[in-house]
Design a protein around this ligand. Sequence first.
Ligand SMILES: Cc1cc2nc3c(=O)[nH]c(=O)nc-3n(C[C@H](O)[C@H](O)[C@H](O)COP(=O)(O)OP(=O)(O)OC[C@H]3O[C@@H](n4cnc5c(N)ncnc54)[C@H](O)[C@@H]3O)c2cc1C
Length: 317
Amino acid sequence: METNQQQEHVHLLIIGSGPAGYTAAIYAARANLKPVLYQGIQPGGQLTITTEVENYPGYPEGIQGPEMMVDFEKQATRMGADIRFGLATSVDFSSQPYKITIDESKVMTADAVIIATGASAKWLGLPSEQRLNGSGVSACAVCDGFFFRGKDVVIVGAGDTAAEEALYLSKMCTNVHMVVRRHEMRASMIMQDRVLKTTNIMVHWNSETLEVLGDKKVEAVKLLNNKTQVETEIPVSAFFVAIGHQPNSDIFKDALELDEQGYIKTVPGSSRTSLEGVFACGDVQDKIYRQAVTAAGSGCMAALDAERYLSAKEHQQ
Ligand SMILES: Cc1cc2nc3c(=O)[nH]c(=O)nc-3n(C[C@H](O)[C@H](O)[C@H](O)COP(=O)(O)OP(=O)(O)OC[C@H]3O[C@@H](n4cnc5c(N)ncnc54)[C@H](O)[C@@H]3O)c2cc1C
């Protein structure tokens, strides 16, 4: 209930409007928790910057990412979730009810909080990479590799994720050019071994990307060998960047336990964080799967965990 314009108490506050946040809102609204959800600066989350989504169950013909997220929002609203535009700018979880400041001005207090703030892919920062994003440039091989089956592609990165994604792409693409900045990889020995033994993965050591070439779509990639200073152009249809993700967890770093990369730690098999009554779901706590369907699944878990927590709390009073 609104107490004054700058402070308001809610039973359950959800932060984030990707597949995880909206799914949590659908379940929480149907459980009569009257959730309020703040969307952040990217209503709909990461899928709003992609085109075709072909791997989300229930859409046999595929669907455009932004359209799918409008469907998520409509469903959450129809169930009674209160969806609002606003950014959580700080939190005070030192005592209950928890305090969350929105847009540096309005203070929301909540009996339980679900964090679904997602993660952002890291990019090289090249203007051509930005210009062709979604037109052959991608940060998700599992999401977009299928569109380039039978084609040659480049993947940049040298860690375990890059190695895994290179192996994934090697099963559907003709040739996979893996661009590694140094003379060695950071990936575990077993992953390196698998990459090096895969005949259609060509590793370009000591190499950096100078430019992604193409007018309307990716046509080639220009590389520089930083040892020999030789430039080469490789004709490819896609450019995958696998240099890591940044979880959107900054405002929680003093309040919750995060891992060394900044992902919110959850109790395995649940959405419970290090703090009672605060739950996390989706990419902000998942560095392994990072898919819309897994984010949605964990959003469901968070709503069910929150519902059980709030119900147990009510019975104690
Ligand atoms: C280009 C691209 C293509 C992809 N294609 C596919 C695909 O085809 N299939 C697939 O399954 N997956 C795909 N993915 C991955 C998928 O988008 C993510 O796994 C999924 O969106 C994660 O959902 P999420 O709800 O955890 O977070 P996100 O989608 O990242 O959403 C996070 C939300 O939190 C909000 N937020 C962040 N900080 C705050 C804050 N402080 N206060 C309030 N709100 C905040 C943001 O505004 C956003 O709404 C793709 C990703 C990208 C980048």
